[in-house]
Design a protein around this ligand. Structure first.
Ligand SMILES: Cc1ncc(COP(=O)(O)O)c(C=O)c1O
Length: 394
């Protein structure tokens, strides 16, 4: 085994694909998903500390045994208030929420139709579900229609992200929902990068007037804009009941730690009460795009195609040396030849941080930002060279 592990490490090194886990401190953060700056908010810390004092550090068991606490119930209530959904069910991560709902809805009788760019957790869920599956090209509504029209299975689920984690563009939710209504299918929208950012923080599904629609369900992570840890599925009471009884990542997993649930519940309350937070992240994203010379995306993510994995890694290292942390997306997170730098805006970026970071990025990527890979567009429309995505690390 060691010889094989060494040979795999050598191949990664040759291809510029080595990833690391070192802490990155003292840098201007354009890499994290803490879009609203809530991960460091004292109100979340106080909610978490209170939950530890009250319930202990661990949940002790699965939710269906004795792992549910008042913190979980309050979190689920706050998520419903924020998103306008009828029910919500908290999972221990966004990854397990996606895996759980897709496998619980899937099987041989359910056709899974998904955008080629959906997150690795959704793709893994589709694989595990043993459903027949169709990957449509990114943002290809006509492809979704064709797959729905040609289906032979009794059920179908269309799987999209509201704001795509790597490209930063927005899905055409209204058109997709209309198609699902027409063909009696369920639209499953991963709002990992939408909640807290789009629709005054209430998410893109709410903004599209689709919250509570019977043919639309949502998944969320609590670990990005909500500054905590965990995930959730939001939708009808019927869906929640099905998941509690069949979603394997809900049943066979210890419940989310009460402290994480309490912090996320407090974050959801803050996002709803303070819509200025979502406004600020979008303003900072626009300022960042303007100063870096990139195209404005739909949410907090700016995606700059830079070509090879080696080039992406060397640009990211150069930016690190200049005091700026950016996301560096290489295969398998993106297809070969379209590696990217991913910049994320935060509501709490200071003007000085923004100027320092944007100056360094503009200098480093120069023509990469201005001369994006031919045909590459960020907001809406097809993106060149991205027909399939093997997974994501966002
Ligand atoms: C689109 C998307 N869905 C799901 C996840 C998984 O969420 P979590 O990190 O909470 O497991 C992520 C990122 O990690 C993501 O970007």
């Amino acid at each position: 085994m060691d010889a094989w592990l060494r040979s795999r490490a050598d191949v990664r090194a040759q291809r510029g694909l080595v990833r690391g886990t070192e802490p990155q401190t003292g840098l201007v953060d354009l890499a994290s998903n803490d879009y609203l700056g809530l991960a460091g908010d004292p109100r979340l810390a106080a909610a978490a500390a209170e939950a530890v004092a009250r319930y202990g550090t661990g949940a002790r068991a699965s939710r269906v045994v004795c792992g549910t606490t008042g913190a979980h119930q309050e979190l689920e209530r706050q998520l419903c208030l924020l998103t306008g959904q009828e029910t919500s069910l908290a999972f221990s991560s966004g990854y397990t929420a996606n895996l759980g709902v897709v496998t619980a809805l899937g099987g041989p009788g359910t056709l899974m139709i998904h955008d080629a760019h959906v997150h690795a957790s959704l793709r893994d869920g589709i694989r595990l579900s043993r459903s027949p599956a169709v990957a449509v090209a990114h943002q290809d509504i006509a492809g979704i229609r064709a797959a729905l029209a040609g289906r032979t299975q009794p059920r179908a689920v269309v799987v999209l992200e509201s704001i795509y984690s790597v490209l930063g563009d927005a899905a055409p939710l209204a058109e997709a929902a209309a198609l699902c209504a027409e063909f009696d299918a369920l639209l499953l929208v991963d709002e990992a990068h939408g909640i807290g950012v789009a629709g005054a923080g209430r998410g893109a599904v709410h903004a599209a007037g689709l919250a509570g629609a019977a043919h639309v369900a949502v998944t969320a992570t609590l670990s990005k804009a909500l500054g905590s840890q965990g995930g959730a599925v939001l939708g009808s009471a019927l869906l929640r009941e099905h998941l509690v009884n069949t979603a394997r990542t809900f049943i066979f997993d210890t419940a989310l730690a009460p402290a994480a649930a309490a912090a996320a519940g407090e974050a959801a309350r803050i996002v709803l009460a303070e819509p200025g937070l979502a406004r600020r992240v979008l303003e900072n994203a626009a300022a960042l795009a303007r100063r870096c010379g990139t195209q404005l995306a739909a949410g907090a993510v700016q995606s700059i195609p830079v070509g090879s994995a080696e080039r992406a890694a060397s640009l990211a290292a150069g930016l690190r040396a200049a005091g700026v942390a950016v996301g560096c997306f290489r295969p398998p997170s993106v297809p070969d030849g379209v590696s990217r730098l991913r910049l994320t805006a935060r509501a709490n970026l200071t003007k000085a941080e923004l100027e320092q970071a944007a100056g360094a990025v503009a200098l480093a990527v120069g023509d990469a930002a201005g001369n994006a890979v031919a045909g590459d567009r960020v907001a809406g429309g097809p993106v060149a060279g991205t027909a399939d995505r093997a997974g994501a690390m966002a």
